[in-house]
Design a protein around this ligand. Structure first.
Ligand code: FEO
Length: 402
């Protein structure tokens, strides 16, 4: 069944929504699903932007055929070759060998790696490999290709169309969360319905490559952009400065909130008791913007996202096998891998006979860039003792007065 949707007079959404996949990239939970967006322009020439995930090839091809309505597919622009967007390419090319494939050299190389039996010479009219600033005319529409390496893979391009002033942004400005009917961000309460998932998507998917996202934002600065069509989530056509500002903050590792995030792991609740005590004392001091994330229950990707949001981060974890609780170790290694910077950390460790988790947390943090550590490690031996109240007060004072 044709499920394509009209965006503007000549532009159509031919994507799908996935509410069945449990984990994006089989790593991050996506309880609200995800959309795989693909766009088809009907100009004097027809132009497709990206293909589809393997799970939805049939419906995608139906959307293409219904929208083309008997016309040839003149150009297929591949902006990003991660399989959630490129899996349908071999079947598409079988159906439309008249198409000219447009992508970067790097994209062509990686497509060849994913599909070693794909014979481009049989299944395409031509291949155009593009570089930064190259252009394409399709009638009334004029496209400029902008290379965006590492947003999210090295082959990525985004594409600016100057007649309707649309930025086809590949993964950039995307979000987790399937579309619930409306196509446009202004038809939702974005802050309520998508912002947390947009941040979790950004921080976990492209958070590591802030510098590359900053480069893309600089390149896009001079363009008059009226619409952003990402490969995931709703299309932006109003209040674009809202999402651009979020990307500016996230990619420069600037905290959105000055409050306190407490990320913790707990085995029998003793570490969690200390966290509750600390959170209460922080609140009593007047700082009430506090977020708690229990790694023993919550997937690390949510904690990464919260860490991109908050300026001050308290880490609390038990010692385990003479090392660090593995949930906290994974989280901290991911935080390091995601390049989070400009944060102020404080550490609480627990250990019943030889507490070592604090030293290991400190060691991982010391391998990160531009982060500071407040005060001394607060050490708990099994459970907090009453006589440690002064130590807790000092610990809280150090983080809120940083
Ligand atoms: Fe939506 Fe990097 O793929």
């Amino acid at each position: 069944m044709n499920t394509s949707r009209k965006i503007t007079e000549n532009l159509f959404w031919v994507g799908t929504n996935d509410r069945n996949l449990n984990r994006f990239e089989h790593i991050m939970p996506i309880p609200d699903g995800v959309s795989y967006n693909s766009y088809l322009l009907l100009d004097e020439k027809t132009v497709l932007f990206d293909t589809m995930d393997a799970s939805f090839i049939d419906i995608f091809l139906e959307n293409i055929e219904a929208t083309l309505n008997g016309r040839n597919l003149d150009y297929t622009i591949i902006q990003h070759v991660e399989p959630d967007h490129v899996a349908a390419l071999p079947l598409l090319l079988q159906l439309h060998p008249e198409t000219t494939l447009v992508c970067t050299d790097k994209a062509l190389q990686i497509i060849g790696q994913f599909f070693p039996t794909l014979d481009f010479s049989k299944n395409t009219k031509a291949i155009i490999t593009v570089k930064d600033g190259d252009t394409l005319e399709t009638g009334k529409h004029h496209f400029t290709f902008i290379t965006a390496p590492m947003v999210h893979w090295p082959e990525v391009i985004v594409t600016y169309e100057s007649t309707e002033k649309i930025l086809f942004s590949a993964d950039a400005f995307g979000t987790f969360g399937a579309l619930h009917g409306p196509l446009f961000a202004d038809q939702y309460d974005f802050e309520l319905q998508y912002l947390d998932e947009a941040r979790r998507y950004y921080s976990n998917i492209v958070g590591k490559y802030g510098l590359h996202v900053q480069n893309l934002l600089k390149k896009a600065e001079s363009a008059d952009i009226r619409m952003i069509c990402s490969l995931h989530g709703p299309i932006w056509r109003q209040n674009l400065s809202y999402i651009l500002d979020k990307y500016q903050k996230w990619s420069s590792y600037t905290a959105e909130r000055e409050g306190v995030l407490i990320v913790y792991a707990t085995m029998y609740g003793h570490t969690e008791s200390v966290v509750n005590l600390v959170a209460g004392k922080i609140a009593d001091s007047g700082v009430t913007d506090i977020s708690l994330c229990n790694l023993s229950k919550t997937d690390y990707s949510y904690a990464i996202s919260e860490a991109f949001k908050y300026k001050n981060i308290i880490l609390a974890a038990p010692t385990y096998n003479a090392g660090l609780n593995p949930l906290m170790e994974n989280f901290l290694n991911e935080l390091k891998n995601h390049n989070l910077q400009n944060r102020n950390f404080a550490i609480i460790e627990n250990g019943s006979w030889a507490p070592t988790s604090g030293k290991i947390m400190l060691n991982i943090l010391e391998q990160t860039k531009n982060n500071s550590i407040s005060g001394k490690i607060l050490t708990v031996k099994s459970a907090l003792r009453d006589e440690q109240q002064a130590d807790v007060d000092e610990f809280v004072h150090s983080i809120i007065n940083h």
